[in-house]
Write a protein that binds this ligand. Structure first.
Ligand SMILES: Nc1ccn([C@@H]2O[C@H](COP(=O)(O)OP(=O)(O)OP(=O)(O)O)[C@@H](O)[C@H]2O)c(=O)n1
Ligand SMILES: C[C@](O)(CO)[C@H](O)COP(=O)(O)O
Length: 226
C-alpha cells in the first residue's frame, strides 16, 4: 500500500517560525514519530512525503537517521493541504491503485491504525479514520447565535489515515480545481463528487499536533508509551 504524508504546512496555529513537523517531541522531530508508525505498519510498502523544498534537506537527514526499510520519496508541496495532496497523487508510482493519506502532524497514529485502514480499503473505494464526538456540537449563525444542535450519535471527528481508490480521488481533485472547491480533507472531495466514504474506528490519541497545547499532550502520550 502506498502512503502519502502531507507535510508542507506552515504551522501558523503553532506560532512556530519553521515547519512545526520539525519541532521536537520527546527529543525527536514530529515527522519522525509519524514515519516510525508508518514504518511499523506491515501493509505500507512505499512512503511519499509531500513537503516544501526548503525542508527537504532536514527531511533527508531525518530519513537517513531513521534507517527506514521502506522506499521514501520527497514530493513538492502546494500552498494548501488540498494542493499538496493533489501533487502527491500526481507523483504516485503508476502501480499505485489505492492510497492512504496521513497528515504528518498526526504523529501519534499507531501502526495498527494504518493496517486497519489498508485492510478496509480492500472493501471500500473511500474511507477515513474517525471517532465519535464526545462533546455536544452547536451550529451557530454569523453572529454566534445557536441555530441547531445536531444529534451527536451521527457526528464523527475526522482523522487520518484516509484511504481511496487513486483513480477516483485524482478525478475528485481535478473536479475540485475546476469548481473552486476548498476543503480540509480528501473525503470532502469524494463526498462532493457523490462517492461514499466509510468510517474506520480511529484512535482517541490520534490528535493532530496543531497548537502548543497539542505539543504538550503529544509529549505526555509518547512518554506513557515508553
Ligand atoms: N500547504 C499545506 C498545508 C498543510 N499541509 C499538511 O497538512 C497536514 C494538516 O495540516 P495542519 O495541521 O493544519 O498544518 P499546518 O498547515 O502546518 O498548520 P496551520 O494551519 O496552523 O498553519 C499537516 O501535516 C501539514 O504539514 C500540507 O502538506 N501542505
Ligand atoms: C485531514 C484532517 O486532519 C482531518 O481532521 C484535517 O481536516 C486537516 O485540516 P486542517 O484544517 O488543516 O487542520
Amino acid at each position: 500500500m502506498h502512503l502519502l504524508i502531507p507535510a508542507a504546512g506552515m504551522g501558523r496555529r503553532m506560532g512556530s517560525d519553521r515547519n512545526k513537523l520539525l519541532l521536537l517531541v520527546r527529543s525527536q522531530p514530529i515527522i519522525s514519530w509519524t514515519l516510525k508508525a508508518a514504518e511499523g505498519a506491515s501493509l505500507i510498502s512505499w512512503i511519499g512525503i509531500i513537503a516544501s523544498p526548503t525542508d527537504w534537506q532536514d527531511l533527508q537527514t531525518i530519513i537517513q537517521k531513521q534507517k527506514l526499510t521502506k522506499p521514501v520519496e520527497l514530493i513538492e508541496g502546494g500552498s494548501t493541504r488540498q494542493e499538496s495532496v493533489y501533487n502527491g497523487l500526481l507523483a504516485l508510482p503508476s502501480a499505485a491503485e489505492q492510497v492512504l493519506i496521513h497528515d504528518g502532524a498526526r504523529c501519534l497514529a499507531t501502526p495498527d491504525l494504518f493496517d486497519a485502514c489498508a485492510l478496509s480499503i480492500r472493501h471500500h473505494s473511500g474511507l477515513i479514520a474517525a471517532i465519535p464526538v464526545k462533546d455536544t456540537i452547536k451550529v451557530v449563525d454569523e453572529n454566534g447565535i445557536i441555530q441547531t444542535t445536531p444529534d451527536r450519535r451521527r457526528l464523527y471527528a475526522a482523522q487520518t489515515p484516509q484511504g481511496f481508490d487513486v483513480k477516483l480521488l485524482k478525478q475528485c481533485h481535478a473536479e475540485g480545481v475546476r469548481q473552486g472547491w476548498e476543503v480540509t480533507d480528501d473525503a470532502a472531495l469524494f463526498e462532493k463528487c457523490g462517492y461514499s466514504v466509510a468510517i474506520v474506528q480511529g484512535e482517541e490519541t490520534n490528535l493532530k499536533v496543531t497548537t502548543p497545547q497539542d505539543l504538550a499532550i503529544a509529549e505526555f502520550i509518547l512518554k506513557e508509551r515508553e
